[in-house]
Design a binder for this molecule. Sequence first.
Ligand code: ADP
Ligand code: ZN
Length: 435
Amino acid sequence: MEQNYYQKEIETMPVEDIKRLQSEKLVAQVKHVYENVEYYRRLMDEKGVKPEDIKGIEDLHKLPFLSKSDLRDAYPYGLLAKPLSECVRIQSTSGTTGRRVVAFYTQHDIDLWEDCCARAIVAAGGTKDDVCQVAYGYGLFTGGAGLNGGSHKVGCLTLPMSSGNTERQIQFMTDLGATILCCTPSYAAYLGESLKEKGCTPDSIPLKAGIFGAEPWTEEMRKNIEETLGIKAYDIYGLTETSGPGVAFECCEQTGMHINEDHFLAEIIDPETGEVLPEGEKGELVFTSLDKEAFPLLRYRTRDICVLSRKKCSCGRTLVKMAKPMGRTDDMMIIRGVNVFPSQIETVLLNEGYQPNYQIIVDRVNNNDTFDINVEMNPEQFTDKVSEILSMERKLGEAMKTMLGINPKIHLVAPKTIARSEGKAVRIIDKRKLI
Ligand code: ADP
Ligand code: ZN
């Protein structure tokens, strides 16, 4: 298949050259941060590191980490590296883990962020002839703004739908012939379900590709969305702290996301010890922003667990690839002492023929963890015969036990009774109040 790139010279640059570019940018960025961000200067001074000690990417490990708690301590202006008069935008995290973080952008920062999103759209086959429906939330959340900007840069006709109002999404999609859909994977699945209910077959929908991210999703969910919408579904990754979506994006190989290494330097560390791990090992992803001006975080701990790979990619891009994050260090539930990720539960559901409409409820009764999963039956499976339901619940429970190592209590519920999400899905209700 012929490959298109948005910025070919960067996306296919020999690895040695990318590393040289990263080294040059890192040296300048450390200096910029040290001079302008008192908060980080203090962390560097405490560690006894001076900007002169950083001569290239091989010295990165000498720098202190930043974590979400630093962002909260420094809220709102403590990590700002440019005068506010040079900033043109703020965005904020979706607050999945409770407290929000605000990030600042100069026009240069917006430009590089939108370039990253444009690379993702082109890698998904987008061109100026496409109609790109952006159904990520607009506003403080980075999803809408990022993909909207990327879509403009590619020259697509952009439909700035924002999330929600599913009827209107479907009407615009069909009336205006949207060919690319950008939203969370859970909303894509919901749109697919709604289209199916209206009797739309994949062939009757103009879409050819989807760019889905902002939350974890499994390969099984990808297959499911690709089938119901009749598209190729591409992953996109990012976080507000590093700019937003577009830090990494998937190509036609669909085997992980290329990291935009000219802007973001990635490391994998052991989340317990902070030690940098060699390529191919699983650990916490850490990003250093190499050329953002206003909010240039160095060694920011994402808490996302994943693996990096430099295996040659058939798309021709040389940018390092990250695997799908398999959850966050703080997404992981420890139930009866066992680590459980929602992605494992989703995999079992899709393998057993259910839709990814579920909710996990964890509680603690008499010092014992209770673990319940509410799962929707598909309309075609639906029955109100108790014996049939019990037997389906038993079968699903056994499959969960095999995957997780512990036994959840399964409750099958009627189709359409679990609330749908228009943004990031809320999958876990943890009532244990352990903290
Ligand atoms: P938060 O959700 O922390 O409030 P953001 O809205 O910036 O803040 O979300 C960033 C987080 O979303 C990432 O750290 C990651 O956990 C998750 N995320 C984003 N894209 C993906 C993706 N493609 N796959 C899995 N997780 C993702
Ligand atoms: Zn590739």
